[in-house]
Design a protein around this ligand. Sequence first.
Ligand code: 13P
Length: 274
Amino acid sequence: MLVGTQDILGKAEKNKYAVAAFNVYNLEGVIAVINAAEDTEISVILQIHPPILNKWGISLSSLCLEAAARSKIDIAVHFDHADSEKIIDQVINLGIKSIMVDGSTMEYQDNVKFTQKGTEKIHHINGFVEAELGRLSGTEDGLTVPERDARMTNPDQLIDFYLKTKIDALAVCVGNVHGKYLHNPNIDFLRLERIRNNISIPLVMHGASGLSEDIVRRSINIGISKFNINTELRNGYIKSISNLDNLDILDIMDKSIMEMTKIAIGKIRLFSSI
Ligand code: 13P
């Protein structure tokens, strides 16, 4: 059944586990994620993000909403990294009510204004808003320690950010990075604790591909209730179609669905069993 992100995160927070949010690109990805939720009987979030919006956003969002509505398990559909008003309007028009308003590349005051405006729009349709304070790197390579710290979520500034924007969930920057971790992830757990102490809304960790079980467990214990996964699922798809042995199209689709379902089940179990 299609439900709101707030419903899924609320249940996870109450039961002290975290929800897996998967970025999907195609039919196979959507089916794999729903299969994994049904297999584990644990709710998940389907996510779409900007590069797809102008290609086949209309079709993919309809597919996600429809597949969620037909599922035996509660599923939410969320738009990840909406970084302009135009995108927010487009996404609302597509019928998606859970949106990340992403002003993280802007200067602080601009991020506040952009997030305020986006939040008002999304709350107007009774939607759910995730926003980011700090700036997630694609990689930490080449950053000095002060540069790295300056990009992280500032727990004190966060109070001002929250009071001005009234967001529903916060994406934290605590050493997590999008894509492949080139070195062992270096998560600033003390900062995460200070963030948790200063704000009580759900906390989200982007860049969750490649995080160890220990990092996941510690993060959940401090207060992370949503992990975003893109890279691992996407790589699963690419791996599954790299050796096709003259397979026909339906077999190829099955192969990639099976591979991605296996990865999604692993993540759902990891995030919910701690
Ligand atoms: P990964 O690509 O590291 O899995 O991160 C996904 C993400 O954070 C999407 O918002």
